[in-house]
Write a protein that binds this ligand. Structure first.
Ligand code: GLV
Ligand code: MN
Ligand code: MN
Length: 427
């Protein structure tokens, strides 16, 4: 790396205001906040909209151009005075929707670190050739509407609006209805064209695992993300009276589903503890204590770094479900509801992030992501990489989720340095 490039990157990093970033993380967490530091900010909810309005206020204060799109993404752009006309922007961000039992950092950190890094590059008054843009991707988590990753899925052409809008929440509201009222809550925003080119995408995120803390590191470059497949299994039985129906006369959906769930889990687990298998939703219908269940719906979140292993497990799951149906007395169906293959980020960009760690006096380190991120979809068509920061005890998807102010600032500095360098480049 040349001396000329190193120096502006360090200047941008030095302009990061860690206290402002921390303050904003706390402020944003009030939208949907509960308990000491929990956040429940479901996609397209009133809390998600309130968070969006706060982001828009901060963007207006900084003179950024705000745009949206039909998938509900939010883009905040700074075009430097010397930018070449039509130059593609360098994009950075994450999501502000959360899990129902979420924390302050999962997602919100990447958006606010992206904003802080953009402001730092702007403050460093560097002769940037291209715009910098912050993005808050919509419905990343997929906890309210499945599938998740719909904002980045739409922009990257992986999902169409019809599929996104068809999602249904637990109360029967369609994703389309929720999205329409969410978009109506911030009227008048210009639309960002779906095909607009993106020069590069960087996403900062808490690690959501214990590795960095165990290594005594604040931040790292992320080089790969393991594959994720989601399944929905439906077991169909027959409702019957709990007090009068002999076992032999029942088609008890719960009994079949419980045995099937245990069988599928046993198929997935491996001695190395690499495969991740989670049943996070198990719905029993009608859910009445004195009615034999007529139906069970359960979800499976399956993850592995190897696409072949995921495909083999998906096949084994399908065979096991078919065998359960043949054995009777219940019907069994399984379908894949979301499929993100394992991906490798852009090697040059990963290396660039490692260089920035070194530039800022942090050890070089690269690692795999166990969690899914919008970055994994962006990676298909755009040079993409991620910056992870350490989080306490690896806890995430939990109200106790925590990262230190030191790690929060370190990640934003790495991001600012990398954004500055990318923004300075020609072509
Ligand atoms: C995103 O939160 C994921 O499920 O990995
Ligand atoms: Mn996230
Ligand atoms: Mn998450």
């Amino acid at each position: 790396m040349s001396e000329q490039k190193t120096e502006p990157a360090a200047r941008a990093a030095a302009s990061v205001d860690g206290e402002r970033l921390w303050r904003r993380l706390v402020e944003l967490s009030r939208h949907g906040g509960f308990g000491e530091r929990g956040v429940n900010r479901q996609a397209f909810s009133a809390e998600d909209l309130a968070a969006r309005r706060t982001l828009l206020e901060w963007a207006a204060e900084a003179g950024l151009e705000a745009r949206t799109d039909p998938a509900g993404n939010l883009f905040l752009r700074w075009t430097p005075p010397g930018a070449e006309s039509g130059a593609a922007a360098v994009l950075s961000g994450s999501h502000v929707d959360s899990q129902p039992l979420g924390g302050r950092f999962d997602g919100a950190y990447g958006v606010l670190a992206g904003l802080e890094a953009l402001l730092a590059v702007k403050a460093a008054a560097l002769p940037l050739r291209r715009p910098l843009e912050v993005v808050a991707w919509s419905n990343e988590e997929g906890s309210r509407f499945q599938p998740g990753l719909t904002g980045s899925g739409w922009v990257t052409g992986k999902l169409d609006l019809e599929t996104i809008r068809a999602g249904l929440d637990a109360t029967g509201v369609t994703c389309g209805e929720a999205l329409d009222s969410f978009l109506a809550g911030t009227p008048g925003l210009p639309q960002r064209p779906r095909e607009e080119p993106i020069r590069a995408y960087l996403e900062a995120h808490i690690e959501q695992g214990p590795l960095l803390e165990a290594e005594g590191l604040l931040a790292a470059a992320v080089d790969t993300v393991q594959g994720i497949k989601w399944f929905e299994v439906v077991v169909s039985g027959r409702a019957a009276h709990a007090g009068t129906t002999p076992i032999a006369h029942r088609a008890d959906a719960f009994v079949t589903a419980a045995a099937l769930a245990a069988e599928l889990r046993a198929l997935a687990l491996d001695a190395e503890d690499t495969t991740r298998f989670t049943i996070g939703r198990f719905e029993v219908v009608p859910g009445s204590p004195n009615t034999v269940p007529e139906k069970v719906l359960f979800t499976i979140d399956l993850r592995h770094p190897d696409a072949g292993r995921l495909a083999a497990l998906a096949e084994a799951f399908a065979e096991t479900c078919a065998a359960a149906e043949r054995a009777g007395p219940c019907g069994v169906s399984i379908r894949v509801t979301s499929d993100a293959p394992p991906i490798a980020f852009d090697p040059a960009l990963v290396q660039r992030i490692e260089d920035k760690l070194e530039l800022l006096g942090l050890p070089r380190f690269r690692m795999r992501s166990g969690a899914g991120h919008d970055a994994m979809l962006l990676a298909a068509g755009t040079p993409t990489a991620m910056v992870f920061i350490a989080c306490e005890a690896g806890v995430s998807h939990n109200p106790q989720e925590y990262a230190t102010p030191e790690a929060v600032t370190a990640g934003a500095r790495v991001l600012a340095a990398t954004l500055a360098e990318l923004g300075l480049e020609e072509g």
